[in-house]
Design a protein around this ligand. Structure first.
Ligand code: ATR
Length: 296
């Protein structure tokens, strides 16, 4: 991947960065990047960039034309960003079908997807050995697709994708095979009720948005191998419904996706500034803030 070298000059005005989305007011990215900036000594001006639903491209062009240096992209624009950065995508972004990080190189827009790298970094932080791991992934939407390549690159032996709409899981697995031609990891697919096929699993990842409805995905019992981790890409002040379901089903450990959020931000920071911040203290601070902001 081509990345800009860090162009920070002591005393110079901080480079301008933002997260673009609709809605975007809730985003924690400005807070995370401000903490990374403090930690690394790189002054960062990182704000919110709300864009009208029909005005994503114009907002992006305007941002870079007025001196902006980098954008994170969130709902619902990640696919549009992928199209926009079309010919200049990282391999990760190409396979993810979505872009969450934009920057310019020689005046041309470039795109990467750091979500999957953020997940892999967080799984490693949690002590998971991904090399040879057998993984169950619930969900076959953009979130699931975005993490396949980094999981494969980390050496997973098997990924079984299950989804409420089984055809979408099959389509994702087929598309993955067609795009990569890779025999490893072995990628299979099915409906949620087929989640135990080939299990038990060392890692079960919830990439569905079921938590938004305050319910876990309808997974069968008996999914977890000894010592297995259940990981929800969603996060909250309390354990998510999926995490509670996993505990009941015998998962040894559970985690929510706050670490993935910080991990993807750290990778974007690295792309933009050439310095990889330490995610751990930032994650700890966010966790404290989350607990204080939403006591239940
Ligand atoms: P994202 O970008 O977050 O992946 P998405 O592309 O809309 O969003 O995909 C949402 C995923 O969550 C899908 O896999 C969806 O299943 P369907 O394909 O059957 O719609 C899944 N999902 C949403 N609500 C769910 C629920 N209550 N139970 C199980 N899966 C659910």
């Amino acid at each position: 991947m081509t990345m800009p070298s860090s162009t920070h000059v002591a005393g110079a005005a901080p480079g301008r960065y933002a997260v673009i989305g609709n809605p975007v007011a809730h985003s924690r990215s400005p807070r995370i990047h401000a903490m990374f900036g403090e930690q690394t000594g790189i002054p960062v001006d990182y704000g919110l960039l709300p864009a009208p639903l029909d005005g994503f491209e114009a907002s992006v062009r305007e941002f870079f034309a007025s001196g902006g240096r980098g954008l994170n992209v969130t709902v619902p624009f990640k696919q549009e960003a992928w199209t926009l950065a079309g010919p200049r995508l990282s391999e990760r972004a190409r396979l993810a079908g979505a872009v969450n990080t934009l920057w310019q190189d020689d005046g041309a827009l470039r795109g990467c997807n750091t979500d999957g790298v953020g997940l892999v970094a967080d799984l490693r932080r949690l002590g998971v050995e991904l090399n040879g791991a057998r993984i169950l992934m619930a969900g076959a939407g953009g979130a699931a697709r975005g993490v396949l390549q980094p999981l494969a690159q980390a050496g997973c032996a098997r990924i079984h994708i299950v989804n409420r709409t089984a055809e979408k899981a099959h389509a994702l697995a087929t598309e993955w095979l067609r795009a990569t031609g890779a025999a490893s990891p072995a990628v299979s697919a099915g409906g949620l009720e087929e989640a135990h096929k080939g299990g038990p699993w060392e890692v079960v990842i919830n990439a569905t948005s079921s938590s938004l409805g305050d319910a876990p995905p309808a997974l069968p019992a008996g999914l977890y191998a000894d010592g297995a981790l259940a990981y929800d890409m969603m996060y909250g002040a309390q354990p998510t419904p999926f995490m509670r379901q996993a505990r009941d089903d015998g998962a040894a450990a559970t985690a929510d996706g706050l670490g993935m959020l910080v991990g993807q931000a750290a990778e974007s920071f690295f792309i933009w500034h050439g310095v990889r911040p330490d995610a751990e203290p930032v994650l700890a601070a966010l966790r404290r803030e989350l607990a204080t902001a939403a006591p239940r």
